[in-house]
Design a protein around this ligand. Sequence first.
Ligand SMILES: [Zn+2]
Length: 119
Amino acid sequence: MQTKNCSFCGANLLGRVDKKYCNDYCRTASHNQKKSENNQQIKLVDTALKRNRKILADVFDRLGQQPGAILERKIQELGFVFHFHTHTIQLKNGKEGVCCYDYGYVRTKQGELAIIKLN
Ligand SMILES: [Zn+2]
């Protein structure tokens, strides 16, 4: 007979072959653990997005929306992480704006960015 183990505590499972947990306690505990892991992941992404938005807002306040206002390298030094963004928009000039909530950036030249504020 093939033996299976509880997905939560690892104990040997007896009985039905489709059983995943030894009892309701292990089922509930496992679901709660997954939920909390998911929430943690969501919190990490939220934090990264808000940090990115704050950096864009700070740079915008200091320098405004001039082309090449800031170097990609420089904004990364401030803690900006490029792979976290909320959405992209198509600008009138055909370029793509990459946004974190109500702020975003546009690549102007190689390695240079302009910061944009959405209305
Ligand atoms: Zn168990």
